[in-house]
Design a binder for this molecule. Structure first.
Ligand code: SPQ
Length: 438
């Protein structure tokens, strides 16, 4: 993990974004590629792996459990799989840093192993709700102890004989769905998960890519325990969640024209494109293709006049990580933007509704946070100092806000940008953003 908790971004206004860039690999897919590769028979070759702190925490966790992993070297990783029952007890706790995906998916994957293991994380991760995975895992027979309040550290006890369950998720969560499917591979009988709304389906796609059979019936996905995974090749596409900052930045900065190359456009992730287009954004998909079971495209974005909208609730889970950036678009749009049905934003790396509302108010924007969303009146962004509260997506969103601000914006506590987007400042500066860090 980066030790620079006090890293500060200073971003000057007035520039535009231009050219062709490639953002780093998809974080969700990078995590899963190491997890499945580790449990597979044979060697999984990964390219485009995200060398950010979160996915590296997953990689280190598997190394600590005896998996030989070569790399990462310019995004290339070789995972020498140990098979479904080949993981070994780590010599200490597994520190997963800031990464909710690592903790929630690993709690399922490790619930049925033959060794005890403890999962820990940083202050932010230690405050995030884990009961959402612990409750259904307990129904499956897992023996996992959390801190009071259902938070990490999670102490997973060996020797649990897991049984499949038929579970309906109380909230739209790809992490809970994935956790239960991973536990289900070690359970007797069938495990089924029904989701209230579609969420990212990288786990399901990757299970199939590794030769594990799953069944989907509408909102329900099922698998049977006792199967095996066969190593394969994975090309990780560029992360649409990282591209999102540039989609917003180029949309709000007059005179911008930017192409983002090789971005994953999985239908369960493209809510950001749909929402920005509803606001009037000029976004085109070019060169659409498929790599490693995931759809990919080059995305061209030009600046446009944005208008406030009522964001359709069905798009919320499909853009869940992009709302900090969407709030910046809303602040620059004409009229009012209303978000509802997004209470999940309050339990991310920070309370993304409150932290964004505080920052936007500091910058002179009229916002009203609600229990499950926010109302933002488009206006003129002023110069000011905002705090990201260690949340990578908030730091990068306010960096883009400076493109339309009346003066510089200083953003505090930015070190965690490295969790998902190493090299952000260099790439953004290369595209034209007036950003420096200290
Ligand atoms: O891994 P982490 O910390 O939970 O990361 C975030 C992010 O913004 O990068 C959420 F804060 O992404 C989650 C996402 O919100 C990644 C994810 C996945 O890979 O399965 C699923 C989403 O979480 P959830 O809780 O909706 O299932």
């Amino acid at each position: 993990m980066s030790g620079q908790t006090q890293l500060v971004f200073t971003v000057t206004p007035g520039s535009r974004l231009q050219g062709q860039i490639q953002v780093p690999g998809d974080k969700s897919i990078s995590h899963r590629s190491v997890m499945f590769g580790a449990l597979a028979e044979g060697t999984t070759e990964i390219s485009g792996f995200l060398q950010g702190d979160d996915s590296l925490a997953t990689l280190q966790a598997f190394r600590a459990m005896g998996v030989q992993i070569d790399g990462p070297e310019q995004g290339r990783v070789s995972v020498h799989g140990v098979g479904m029952h080949g993981l070994q007890a780590p010599s200490g706790e597994l520190d997963l840093g800031n990464s909710g995906t690592s903790m929630r998916l690993l709690s399922g994957l490790l619930a049925g192993q033959a060794f005890d293991v403890t999962l820990t994380g940083d202050a932010s991760l230690s405050g995030r709700p884990m009961q959402r995975v612990l409750n259904p895992l307990a129904q499956m027979g897992a023996d996992i102890h959390s801190d009071e309040g259902g938070t990490a550290p999670l102490r997973i006890k060996s020797g649990a004989a897991l049984k499949g369950i038929d579970y309906t998720l109380p909230m739209a969560s790809a992490q809970v769905k994935s956790c239960l499917l991973l536990a289900g591979m070690y359970a007797e009988g069938e495990t089924c998960v029904t989701e209230p709304a579609p969420t990212r389906d990288h786990t399901e796609r990757m299970l199939q890519g590794f030769g594990y059979s799953i069944e989907r019936h509408g909102a329900k996905v099922c698998l049977r325990g006792g199967g095996s995974l066969k190593a394969c090749q994975i090309e990780v596409p560029a992360d649409i969640s990282s591209a999102a900052f540039f989609l917003v930045g180029a949309s709000i900065a007059p005179g911008s024209e930017l192409t983002l190359q090789g971005v994953g456009i999985n239908p369960t992730r493209i809510g950001i494109i749909d929402i920005l287009r509803l606001m009037g954004a000029d976004i085109q998909l070019e060169n659409e293709r498929e790599t490693g079971g995931e759809p990919v495209a080059d995305i061209k974005v030009r600046s446009a006049r944005l208008s406030g909208i009522h964001i359709p609730e069905h798009l919320v889970p499909l853009a869940i990580d992009e709302f900090p950036a969407i709030f910046i678009a809303a602040a620059c749009a004409e009229g009012e933007t209303v978000l509802t049905g997004a209470e999940e934003l309050r339990v991310k790396e920070s309370d993304r509704i409150q932290v964004m509302a505080d920052g936007l108010q500091t910058l002179g924007i009229d916002v009203r946070p609600t229990a499950d969303g926010i109302v933002i009146q488009g206006g003129t962004l002023q110069s000011g100092q905002v705090n990201s509260h260690g949340d990578h997506r908030i730091a990068m969103s306010f960096a883009m806000a400076a493109l339309r601000a009346a003066g510089p914006i200083e953003i505090q506590d930015c070190a965690n940008v490295n969790t998902s987007f190493p090299g952000f400042t260099e790439l953004a500066a290369g595209a034209g953003l007036g950003i420096s860090q200290a």
